[in-house]
Design a binder for this molecule. Sequence first.
Ligand code: SF4
Ligand code: SF4
Length: 311
Amino acid sequence: MNETAVYEHLTTELKSINCMHGFLEIRRVPELKRELESRLHKGQLDTAFFVKNLERLEVSAPTRFAEVNSLIIIAAPLPLTRLIFEYQGRGRPVQIPPFYVFKDKLAAIRKALGRSLGAAGYQIADARVPLKLAAIRSGLARYGRNNLAYIQGMGSFHRLVAFYTDLPAPADAWFRLSEMEECTSCGFCLGNCHTDCLNPDAGNRFLARAEKCLTLYNEEPGELPSWITPWLHNSLIGCMRCQSSCPLNRTFIRNVPISDTFNEPEAMAILATPVFGDLPGALQEKLVKYDLQDYYDLVPRNLKFLLEWEL
Ligand code: SF4
Ligand code: SF4
């Protein structure tokens, strides 16, 4: 099969699971990390944030390939997940942002890559690269003023994943890091961020203060800094405020059905059980449907914030 046919087959397979993709030439990959380092040196990224989140990214291609030619960045659309937890006699809405419930979609992506690239004899390996930056440089995504990546037809309701492959990139894409034109006369996200992460005075997405983002903290177990007051939490993990206020996400926010209800004994069991394996089997199964076993070290703490603050 010639390369053009492989590109077409890849596109067809990814489209069949509603995913989109972009390519970067392999020589571009180290530039992604250099770009982040340059922001650090210009004082646009907090040092502690950089060390904790970005330094561990790997930008060297896998050595087990004879030849690694490109990086494929894939965007998978994901919905907002809405749950109800009954607590103290009332059903309480709890949301999971469109990022965390991903296992099934990732499995489907791997299969689609296998059917297209794998079947044509190309190799694939997971890549830990700065995904948002890679998506934007490849032309797959655009930056919103809220510092999120936006994809045509998905808004910011998606998750990115990247793979190395020996299939050459079809072109040397390296798109500008410009903000979406829709942001010019908007700014809703700035007003809806309550942690001062999106600095309206700066008017520049690169000055988003990532170290002030709630997501950074409530995705980690343990005690939260004292400036994160309980009322700031709005999701079981992460934060939805700048996404839910964005006009480009309006269609994805409307009419989201309730996926499940956790009754009061189940809610109480979660609040009282720090270890996933100690939960009753049926409750474990219910949480697994939302990939919450992977985040369970955060779930009782974060759920407590949501249930107790709204009383
Ligand atoms: S995710 Fe939340 S804390 Fe982070 S920028 Fe958006 S609104 Fe602010
Ligand atoms: S809310 Fe407005 S300014 Fe913010 S990312 Fe969306 S379109 Fe851009």
